[in-house]
Design a protein around this ligand. Structure first.
Ligand code: FES
Length: 109
């Protein structure tokens, strides 16, 4: 599987998460305040809640339901009640295009 274009950089709003589905994989994509783009699994590991409906703060997104914040870099929850990480996907910027490969999950550490 190869990386697929999901949108242009200009379509992302800084510090807001947006939901995309690529090959059936739902992901929350965030342009952070440093201009970096992140893609993590969209479903909170505590419940069936879309993280793209959550609140972006720095390099984290907080689930609106019970407040677990997930690192956009590692996918790890930084506070309870969630304790399982979400996947983190490889993002490639090609000119103005944002590409994500849903098959490439970055190592969690
Ligand atoms: S559903 Fe996300 S923290 Fe509970």
């Amino acid at each position: 599987m190869t990386a697929q274009r999901i949108c242009s950089l200009g379509e992302l709003v800084q510090d807001e998460a947006r939901r995309f589905e690529v090959d059936g994989v739902a992901m929350a994509v965030v342009l952070d305040s440093n201009g970096e783009v992140h893609a993590i699994g969209d479903t909170c590991t505590h419940g069936d809640i879309s993280l793209s409906e959550g609140f972006v703060d720095g390099d984290t997104v907080e689930c609106w339901a019970h407040g677990s914040a997930f690192s956009l870099r590692t996918g790890k929850p930084l506070n309870l009640p969630a304790y399982e990480p979400v996947p983190v996907f490889q993002v490639t910027i090609d000119g103005d295009d944002v590409l994500v490969d849903p098959a490439v999950k970055l190592a969690l550490n």
